[in-house]
Design a binder for this molecule. Structure first.
Ligand code: GLU
Length: 473
C-alpha cells in the first residue's frame, strides 16, 4: 500500500475547537502508527467566513498539544489556478456546466420548494448548457452534473458501506462567481494532489461523501479511504456547541489542563481500546488506535472525566515541571512577589500536588501561604469546644512552637512534640489539630498542620497562632 498520508483541514472560521482537536488527533495517530505523514491544510475558500487570527490559533494549539504536522501547511486560497484548471476539465468532459441563474431566481426557487415541502435543490435549468467560457460580464458558477438516478455506494472505515440515492443529491456548485472553488471541489482536488490516502473527518461531512466519490470518478482518480467520526455530544445528548459549553481549545488550555491529559481525554471521545484502560500516553495511543474501535454513535463529552484524567497527569508530573507550569498561574493571580523564593513556591506546590485537578484551582488553594488568611474566629473551635478552651490550646501551641529548636521544625519533629503535649494535657486530636490548622490556613480544608507549618516557617506560624488566639478573646 502507498505510504499513508492523512490531513487535518480546518476552515479558519474561528478558534480551534475540541472537535477539531479530536479530528487532528485521530489523523495524527493513524499517520504516526503507519509511519506515514500528517498534513495540515487551511480551507479558506469561503472568504466571507474567514476570521482573522484563526489560522494562527489553530497552528498554535496543534503545537501546544504536540500534534506536529509534516511539511508546510497548504493554503487553498493560494492555489486558485489549480482548482480552475480542474473545473475547466470537468466542463470540457461534460461532467459540469456553467450556470447563470441569478440569486433572485434561486431564492424564489427555494421559497417555492419550501412552500411545497420539497427537498431544496437546484432544478437543473442550466444543466443542458455546453458553453465552457463565461459570457463577458455575466456572472456564472460551475455546477457538477449529478446523476439523476441510481445509488452511489460509499465505503467508510467506521460505518461500512453506505448507499446514497442519487435522486436526492443536488447539482453541487464547484466554482463560485468570485472565482473561488467551493469546499467540495477544493477538498477533492487537494486530497488527490496531496496524495492523501485516508480522509478522516467529522460526521457532518458524511452527506458530502457521495458527491466527492462522484467527483473522483469524473476526474478519473482513485478515491482515498474515508472515516467519518461520531458527533460530540453534551451529557444531555444535545450537540456540543459554543452555546452549551466550552468548545475552544484555548479555554481548556487557560483553565490549566495539560496537553497530554486533554489529548488522552479527546482520544476517548469516540474511540475505545476494548479494555478497561483509560490513561494513555501519546505513544500508547499511536500504537493502539484503530478505526475499527471508533464508535458510530455520538460521543458524550464528560467534563468530570476530563478533570479526573487531568488530576492523574498532574499527580504524576515531576514536581519541578508542575512548578514551572504553576509559576505563571500564581503570578497572574498576584500571589508572587519578586522576592518570593522559588524553593518556597516549590514546597507549597508539592503540598497540593496530590489533590490538584486543574492548575486554575491552585491560587485559591495556596493563597494562605503567600498572604495572611482572613480569619473567621467562629471557625477556630472544634465542634463543641468553647472559645476559651480553644484559646488555651492555641496559646499553649504558640509556646511550644517558640521553644522548638529549628532542627525539629519538620513534619515528624512537630508531630512528636505536639502529640506529647496532647498526651500530657489529655487533649484530643480534633480539639488540638483543628484549631491549629485553621489558625495557620484560615481554611476548612487544607493539608494537615504538620505539613503546612514547616513550609510557613516558625515566625509566620507563631504570628498566626497569636493572631488567632487574640481573635478569640
Ligand atoms: N474544512 C472542513 C472543516 O472545517 C474540513 C472537512 C474535511 O475534512 O474534508 O470542517
Amino acid at each position: 500500500m502507498a505510504n499513508v498520508r492523512t490531513r487535518f483541514s480546518p476552515s479558519p472560521t474561528g478558534k480551534l475547537h475540541i472537535g477539531g482537536l479530536r479530528t487532528a488527533l485521530y489523523n495524527f495517530l493513524y499517520a504516526r502508527q503507519q509511519q506515514g505523514e500528517f498534513l495540515l491544510r487551511i480551507e479558506d475558500t469561503d472568504q466571507a467566513r474567514l476570521v482573522p487570527g484563526a489560522v494562527e490559533n489553530i497552528i498554535q494549539n496543534l503545537r501546544w498539544a504536540g500534534l506536529a504536522f509534516d511539511h508546510e501547511p497548504v493554503t487553498q486560497s493560494e492555489r486558485l489556478p489549480l482548482y480552475r484548471r480542474y473545473a475547466e476539465q470537468l466542463l470540457a468532459s461534460g461532467h459540469a456546466y456553467r450556470c447563470t441563474c441569478t440569486a433572485e431566481r434561486l431564492e424564489s426557487l427555494r421559497r417555492d420548494q419550501e412552500a411545497k415541502k420539497l427537498p431544496m435543490r437546484y432544478d437543473g435549468r442550466c444543466r443542458g448548457r455546453t458553453d465552457t467560457a463565461p459570457a463577458s460580464g455575466e456572472p456564472s458558477v460551475i455546477r457538477f452534473s449529478m446523476p439523476q438516478v441510481g445509488t452511489i455506494a460509499c465505503d467508510d472505515l467506521i460505518r461500512g458501506r453506505i448507499l446514497f440515492n442519487a435522486a436526492t443529491l443536488d447539482d453541487q456548485i464547484l466554482m463560485k462567481t468570485d472565482g473561488f472553488p467551493t469546499y467540495h471541489l477544493a477538498s477533492v482536488v487537494d486530497d488527490h494532489e496531496m496524495k492523501i490516502t485516508h480522509v478522516v473527518r467529522g460526521e457532518e461531512w458524511l452527506p458530502s461523501m457521495p458527491k466527492h466519490i462522484l467527483l473522483y470518478q469524473a476526474l478519473d482518480w482513485t478515491p482515498p479511504a474515508f472515516a467519518h467520526l461520531p458527533l460530540l455530544l453534551n451529557p444531555d445528548r444535545s450537540k456540543l456547541s459554543k452555546r452549551t459549553g466550552d468548545v475552544a481549545v484555548d479555554e481548556y488550555r487557560e483553565a490549566g489542563y495539560l496537553p497530554d491529559a486533554l489529548l488522552n481525554f479527546v482520544a476517548l471521545l469516540g474511540w475505545n481500546p476494548g479494555t478497561e484502560q483509560e490513561v494513555f500516553s501519546l505513544q500508547e495511543l499511536i500504537e493502539k488506535f484503530s478505526f475499527g474501535r471508533v464508535n458510530k454513535s455520538g460521543a458524550v463529552f464528560n467534563r468530570e472525566k476530563l478533570d479526573w484524567i487531568n488530576g492523574m497527569y498532574l499527580r504524576h508530573l515531576p514536581t519541578d515541571q508542575l512548578v514551572a507550569l504553576a509559576y505563571p498561574v500564581l503570578q497572574t493571580a498576584g500571589l508572587l512577589k519578586p522576592s518570593t523564593p522559588r524553593d518556597f513556591v516549590q514546597r507549597v506546590i508539592a503540598l497540593e500536588q496530590s489533590r490538584l485537578k486543574r492548575l486554575d484551582e491552585l491560587p485559591p488553594l495556596v493563597q494562605y501561604f503567600f498572604d495572611d488568611p482572613v480569619l473567621d474566629p467562629a471557625m477556630l473551635p472544634w465542634r463543641s469546644q468553647t472559645a476559651a478552651d480553644c484559646k488555651t490550646v492555641l496559646m499553649a501551641l504558640t509556646g511550644l512552637l517558640e521553644g522548638l529548636p529549628d532542627d525539629r521544625l519538620t513534619a515528624d519533629g512537630l508531630q512528636t512534640a505536639v502529640k506529647s503535649m496532647m498526651e500530657e494535657r489529655k487533649w484530643g486530636n480534633g480539639e488540638t489539630l483543628w484549631p491549629l490548622r485553621v489558625a495557620l490556613s484560615g481554611r476548612r480544608a487544607s493539608p494537615g498542620p504538620f505539613e503546612i507549618l514547616p513550609v510557613l516557617g516558625k515566625t509566620t506560624s507563631v504570628a498566626r497562632l497569636k493572631r488567632a488566639a487574640n481573635a478569640l478573646s
